[in-house]
Design a protein. Structure first.
Lengths: 347, 527, 598
């Protein structure tokens, strides 16, 4: 164990802990753009700089390991000056379109500019201009807004292992691109959206089908309903509609695939069944629940009378909940009296 | 899975067989790629050169239906080279001699011939797996959907036991479950022979227990499996089928046969969220809620019971499946009522030993991996740690048999089926997302370049594919992902449905799984 | 070995090669053959002699006759006169080597007299493509001694005791680095050589590799033995084709002789090495970016810690030194730590190679003991400023360094003194400026380089240097404000404090040091809209000095934009400053110095 002080508070942590992690244990939040504990240390954005033992250089909290007797200041004058300067520099090449920006309300750049009181950039220099890449079906890449934190590249390389995007050019012209700048649709991208999920600004963002502001949404934690991995995710809900899905901590380590991330349109699809249907005159026609129940019960009773419980079978579903399945088999076994319950586990 | 998903990154050898993980379980697929990047060795066996093959130390492009021979061959080499775990065999298993005897014949040369791979690659794979400190096997439907499916699984289990790769972190025999809650559906006795918790229906004491719990008399006979249901429907001995959230018209083999069977019924009830191909045939269709509209649980491939939560209201008058059954049961005179899914889970915990410790209050956070026998138990990450369920691990030697259908003059190609990344199962859900339909718009057939040359087929040609069950017309995708006379058709689409071609009559003897992965077909350019 | 009466050393360094020294070599061989001197004279193609200003260079021994700026046809004269008749061709000699009509031996010439060659010991002496010549000059003796007589700990101790510090930039104690790598845990370790010399105008590493490649092989093998590595990488820029070629030849020869490979000197020690080519990104000289590049990744620095000694190439413990550092090691082993530490100052031991350029008479490469003063380097070795101009400043350390003004010219050169003055040792660039240099322009030049070469990874360097450059542009264009001067300093501070790698952290140095020492020049640009040195075009105005104008009209004739008006012989001429493009043509053309700029 190592003892250090952060903003005058003593804290004891394991060896090899970073300053950022140590601070978190005592509830001190140090701002970050490029940090993600799942990724190899990157240290590019420099916004998490802190002062250590009054030293001149400002190391970044995200990659600096603690040591015995370390004294850290996370909001000292030098630190705040540097953070403000970094935000100023980022804004100097970032359009101030917050009023209409899709990311507003969930933009780290916006939040930190607010926190440090940076209203606008003090520079009036060159800006990069990129065409927005809309070629992917589910998300766009707007490099005009990119702050080059590199998380998208790292997630694609280190976690998703798809290697679809990387850094292109150098220096001020550095930006995120697909090989030969041929666009996302021509790349190896599998549309998992894991880059989108980590982007702190509106540079990689889902193509919204519904207009919403993040502050208008409610997040509901759930389990993905596609394959058997059981990825944890948050449904963002506005006006009784799922408008976005974000990965959550769980077995999936905050990753999703294209289906989990983007294929939720079916929920609000107009073709959803809304009323019971009963076949009348050879045609399925809308009916009330009472009618439907009566029809089914009537049929069950008559078949049971004539043929016994052996004439019934039920197919439960690998798609429904555990509780639904339990009730289905209980219905077949306890109410109808047959063990003929099966489902497509084998398919 | 005997082990847990996060252990993918703790294995030093991964043997992935019959699983196109990066497309069908993408998040696990990514973890496998990460593992390789971190230095783990990877063996891939698959008839197709799937993405993982490019990450593999050894890729065995086996002929469909030969994985049983492959695992026997791997064991042959392991024993030949003394790579087995004698201590584990001695202390934890029985019937080893029978296995040794059986795999004697499976020389690399012989297996190479059966599987149509290089004998040296078999030896290399056996050494990698056998020498691994923590070797794990991951498999999927490529192993099970065969007439020898169960035996193939047994053979894989033999391989793991032979090398002591079970019951420890980073090892195990790990089937990847294809659907979000196939584990939960099985756990809940959605099977004709067992009650919830895999408790046999023919066992008198078990039956008694459930009769006491449910307060009714129960049948002591095994019920019908799905293929048997269809047969009985055709024979008119089955009158009514109640389908909840399934679409056998697309997902099940031999579509013509299924249609005929369902049409022969007196009464078909389908409960779903969309008007599916199966619902079209129903007498009553009931609108159900989707996962985002209800509370409940799904059980993932590593046996983790996880919550789903109601986020939005269901459309129209759609109801929760469980509520519909409760209402029907009540109307049939079974009085019990439930206020919530949570209450149902409490009842599940009472009758299901593996779930005894589970209730909703304990599922906040990461959920629980069953077995979880008590309210203080933390769940089980790794099965068979100290002992196997039956005590000693039983080696069940299994002989390779060729698939029921082999290529012949009339049907010279072998078709295998599967899924693609951008669609899911019968497309009930994914078919509603425009982007996915742009990326994977229609069915197709993958044909090897050599077969394409022989048949004068070019990319994009319309191909008529016929089997003994029927024929479909799909677009040709000529690709070196596949070799020789093997062809591949994804089964998602009702239009150009692979399952028109598959056989529903050839079943695995034990599990009754149809041999979906091997069908003899003929291909010709459509006129 | 055969004995020859004469040795003709032809410089095969990049500078001389590009001015046709290979043809000169060929001509010598040809004529020696024709004159039947084959058994008497031997031509040796060597590495760089250092005095590139005077290239192509040929030195004829035993006389030490230093022929400079030769043309191919001069060879005929040298052969017929010097080699055949024994008469030195005085006309072709380097002029500084003639004192009072007498030729001095090359080693007594000013440029060489104050030098002490350790790293460059064999450059210009041996044929780099012949391993036997290296061996004849004690080559591989140090490796033999290390492998057969010394423990790795003893090797590290000698390097520590010698006081050798990294010659590539930071000046970290070399022995300590070796010690860290030796102590790091790992089944596989690597040694690597940084030959990605990227400072504009710097070529010391190139010269060593071209002139004495075996010293790097030998030294890396010694290092590998000391730290427990068995594999080495030399990361060298592809723009150094001669160096790459000679190093590859040397590696092949060393392998053939069993000096690389398995069981070297019949010991348990095995070591192999390979060359990795860099694509010329400046940032790849930064050690962690270099490691990324060796691994096949984009050359971007990684955060430290972990340091390469713990997690380097492929995450294995890696020892990384630059060429010049390695070049010192075999001599330290052979001659002892005490010998090495007797050279230099208290904290900076040994010698340092500098690439001297800019406003200096002897442009070239020099190796001088640490502690030599800037004045000695510039005036005694460098031969002073051309055209009698006044010395203004010297920029050391490349784009990461700073400008040291004339007031500090008597400072002894060592790591700490240079840092004290706001500059640094760096890899040894030394650019001299005279009164005609505008310091704002100089700062712009270096910053422009940094902006171009920033890898783009971290915000302060990527965006900060860009904004600094824009402010300097404004100042140079006469639109700078007082706020810009303040802002330059605060931004520079953030870039220094918060950048990821050493390059970003030092990028503002040229600006900061010029702001510190030459604030008056900046202020002149900002307040008076004037460039005192007359360099910043936007601030220049060309004017005819009426009283000096002889109405000849030559200026008007030379003006490419016809903005000079007047009537020949009748009126003084006048320049329309609105139209003037400040091309300087009129000023250069006027025979009467009647045009001034300012």
């Amino acid at each position: 164990m190592v003892t250090l002080s952060i903003n005058g508070q003593r804290v004891e942590v394991e060896q090899d802990t970073t300053v950022l992690e140590a601070a978190a244990t005592i509830g001190i939040k140090i701002p970050t753009f490029c940090h993600d504990p799942r990724l190899k240390p990157h240290g590019s954005c420099r916004i998490c700089v802190v002062e250590v033992n009054g030293g001149k250089n400002l190391p970044t909290a995200c990659v600096t390991p603690v040591y015995e007797g370390m004294e850290v200041e996370t909001e000292g004058e030098e630190v705040v000056t540097a953070r403000k300067e970094i935000l100023d520099l980022l804004l100097a090449d970032h359009p101030l379109e917050c009023l209409t920006c899709e990311k507003a309300g969930e933009c780290t750049l916006q939040d930190l500019c607010y926190q440090y009181g940076i209203e606008r950039t003090s520079y009036d220099g060159e800006r990069n201009h990129y065409e927005i890449d809309y070629s992917n079906d589910f998300y766009y890449s707007d490099q005009n807004k990119c702050i080059k934190c590199g998380k998208c590249v790292m997630v694609c390389d280190q976690l998703q292992e798809t290697h679809a995007i990387g850094f292109a050019e150098r220096g001020f012209e550095t930006h995120i691109a697909t090989p030969m700048e041929r666009g996302l649709s021509e790349s190896t991208c599998v549309s998992c959206g894991n880059c989108v999920s980590v982007c702190p600004v509106d540079a990689l963002a889902p193509k919204k089908k519904t207009k919403f502001r993040y502050w208008e949404t409610e997040k509901v934690r759930t389990t993905c309903s596609y394959c058997g991995v059981g990825c944890q995710m948050d449904l963002l809900v506005k006006d009784n509609k799922v408008v976005e899905v974000q990965p959550a901590e769980g077995v999936n380590d905050r990753m999703l695939c294209v289906k989990g991330k983007f294929a939720f349109d079916f929920l609000s699809h107009p073709n959803r069944l809304k009323m019971p249907l009963i076949r009348k005159d050879g045609r399925l026609q809308e009916a009330s629940w009472e009618e439907a129940y009566d029809t089914i019960i009537g049929k069950i009773n008559s078949i049971k009378e004539e043929n016994g419980p052996g004439a019934f079978a039920g197919l439960t579903s690998a798609r429904c909940s555990t509780e639904d399945n339990y009730m289905m088999q209980k219905f077949m076994r306890a109410a109808i009296g047959t063990n003929s319950v099966d489902h497509c586990a084998r398919l | 899975m005997t082990n847990s998903v996060d252990e993918v990154l703790k294995s030093d050898v991964l043997f992935v067989t019959g699983s196109n993980t990066t497309e069908n379980h993408p998040v696990i697929g990514s973890k496998m790629k990460q593992a390789v990047t971190n230095g783990a060795k990877l063996i891939v066996a698959d008839p197709r050169e799937i993405e993982l093959a490019h990450y593999a130390d050894v890729f065995l492009q086996i002929k469909p239906g030969t994985s049983l021979a492959l695992s026997n061959g791997l064991m042959h080499v392991i024993l030949e080279e003394g790579l087995q775990d004698d201590g584990f065999i001695e202390e934890r298993t029985e019937n080893f001699e029978a296995l040794r005897e059986l795999v004697k014949d499976y020389t690399p040369e012989k297996v190479a011939e059966i599987c149509e791979v290089d004998a040296n690659d078999i030896i290399k794979a056996a050494r990698i797996y056998g020498e691994g400190e923590r070797s794990a096997i991951y498999y999927c439907m490529g192993i099970t959907q065969h007439s020898t499916g169960t035996e193939s699984v047994m053979s894989i289990a033999n391989l793991a036991m032979l090398t002591g790769n079970i019951g420890r972190e980073g090892t195990g025999v790990n089937p990847l479950r294809g659907q979000n809650n196939v584990q939960g559906a099985c756990d809940m006795g959605g099977l004709p022979n067992v009650y919830p918790g895999y408790q046999p229906v023919v066992h008198p004491e078990i039956k008694k227990k459930f009769e006491n719990a449910w307060g009714v008399e129960l049948s002591d006979e095994n019920g019908l499996t799905l293929p048997e249901m269809m047969d009985n429907a055709l024979r008119k001995s089955l009158k009514m089928i109640y389908v909840m959230g399934e679409n056998p018209m697309v997902s099940d083999p031999d579509t013509a046969h299924i249609r005929k069977a369902l049409e022969s019924l007196d009464f078909l009830v389908v409960q779903d969220i969309f008007m599916t191909e199966t619902a079209e045939l129903a007498d009553v269709v009931l609108p159900a809620t989707a996962y985002a509209e209800k509370d409940g649980t799904f059980v993932n491939t590593e046996r983790r019971v996880q919550r789903i939560r109601k986020a939005i209201d269901a459309p129209g008058e759609a109801k929760n499946d469980w509520e519909i059954f409760m209402n029907l049961m009540n109307r049939l005179g079974y009085e019990k009522t439930y206020q919530s899914a949570s209450e149902i889970m409490d009842e599940i915990a009472v009758v299901t030993p593996q779930y005894a410790g589970i209730d909703y209050s304990r599922l906040e956070g990461d959920g629980l991996q069953w077995p979880c026998p008590t309210k203080t138990h933390e769940g089980t990450k790794i099965l068979h740690g100290e002992r196997f369920a039956r005590g000693l691990g039983l080696f069940k030697p299994a002989q390779y048999r060729p698939s029921a259908e082999v290529a012949d003059e009339e049907y010279p190609m072998i078709m295998t089926t599967g899924r693609v990344l951008y669609q899911y199962h019968t497309r009930t859900m994914t078919g509603k997302t425009e982007g996915l339909n742009n990326l994977a718009p229609e069915s197709y057939i993958e044909i090897s370049p050599e077969a394409a040359v022989r048949k004068n087929i070019e990319n994009g040609d319309l191909i008529k594919v016929s089997s003994r069950r029927g024929s479909i017309t799909v677009k040709a995708k000529v690709t070196d992902k596949i070799s020789g006379n093997t062809v591949f058709i994804p089964f998602h689409w009702a239009e150009g449905a692979a399952n028109v071609l598959t056989s529903g009559s050839v079943l695995d003897e034990y599990s009754k799984i149809p041999e979906l992965k091997v069908s003899a077909v003929n291909i010709e350019k459509a006129m | 070995m055969e004995l020859y009466r004469s040795h003709i050393l032809v410089c095969g360094g990049t500078g001389c090669v590009s001015s046709d020294s290979l043809k000169i070599e060929e001509r010598f061989i040809d004529l020696i053959e024709k004159n039947d001197l084959k058994n008497e004279a031997k031509v040796v193609k060597t590495g760089c002699f250092g005095l590139c200003e005077a290239g192509p260079i040929v030195i004829v021994y035993p006389e030490g006759a230093f022929y400079s700026q030769l043309k191919v046809e001069d060879v005929d004269t040298i052969v017929s006169e010097h080699l055949v008749k024994g008469r030195i061709v005085t006309d072709l000699l380097y002029k500084e080597s003639i004192q009072e009509g007498e030729m001095q031996s090359i080693n007594d010439v000013g440029f060489y007299k104050k030098q002490e060659r350790v790293a460059l010991r064999n450059c210009g002496v041996i044929n780099p493509e012949v391993i036997e010549e290296y061996i004849a000059y004690d080559g591989y003796e140090a490796l033999g001694r290390v492998l057969t007589d010394m423990t790795p700990e003893e090797v590290i101790q000698i390097v520590k005791d010698s006081g050798l510090r990294g010659r590539g930039g930071g000046g970290f104690p070399t022995g300590l680095k070796w010690d860290f790598t030796a102590k790091a845990e790992g089944d596989q370790k690597y040694v690597a050589c940084n030959a990605d010399e990227g400072d504009p105008g710097a070529f010391m590493d190139r010269s060593v590799l071209e002139g004495d490649p075996h010293v790097i092989i030998e030294s890396m093998a010694i290092a590998a033995y000391a730290v427990g590595a068995n594999k080495g990488y030399v990361y060298i820029r592809a723009e150094y084709p001669i160096a790459v070629n000679r190093l590859q030849i040397a590696i092949d020869q060393a392998k053939d002789m069993g000096l690389l490979g398995e069981n070297i000197f019949d010991t348990d020690f095995s070591f192999d090495m390979e060359i990795r080519l860099g694509a010329g990104a400046f940032v790849c000289g930064e050690e962690t970016a270099l490691i990324n590049s060796i691994e096949g990744k984009r050359g971007m620095p990684r955060p430290r810690p972990p340091f390469p000694a713990v997690k380097g190439i492929f995450n294995k413990p890696t020892l990384l030194n630059n060429v010049e550092t390695y070049a010192n090691v075999p001599q330290i082993i052979l001659r002892g730590a005490e010998w090495f530490s007797s050279i230099g100052t208290e904290k900076s031991k040994g010698t340092k190679v500098f690439a001297l350029g800019g406003k200096i008479n002897n442009t070239g490469l020099l190796e001088i003991p640490m502690g030599t003063t800037l004045r000695e380097a510039i005036y005694d070795v460098g031969g002073g400023i051309p055209n009698g101009k006044a010395f203004k400043a010297v920029q050391t350390g490349g784009p990461s360094g700073g400008c040291i003004p004339a007031a500090h010219i008597d400072t002894p050169i060592d790591y700490d003194n240079l840092i004290e003055l706001g500059s640094m040792m760096g890899s040894g660039g030394m650019i001299v400026m005279d009164e005609d240099n505008c310091m704002v322009d100089i700062a712009r030049f270096f910053l422009d380089f940094t902006v171009e070469e920033s890898c783009g990874k971290c915000t302060p360097c990527r965006d900060g240097t860009k904004r600094m450059l824009e402010m300097l542009d404004k100042i140079a264009a006469g639109t700078g404000t007082v706020e810009d001067l303040t802002k330059l300093q605060t931004l520079a501070k953030t870039i220094k404090n918060a950048s990821l790698c050493g390059l970003g952290q030092t990028a503002p140095n040229p600006v900061l040091s010029t702001l510190h020492y030459f604030m008056d020049e900046y202020e002149a640009h900002v307040h008076e809209k004037r460039c005192p040195a007359g360099v910043c075009k936007a601030l220049l105005n060309y004017m005819v000095i009426d009283e000096k104008c002889k109405k000849c009209g030559i200026c008007a004739a030379k003006c490419p934009v016809n903005c000079i008006s007047g009537t020949k012989g009748k009126t003084v001429y006048h320049i329309d400053t609105e139209q003037c493009i400040k091309c300087n043509a009129c000023l250069e053309a006027c025979p009467f110095d009647a045009i001034k700029k300012g």
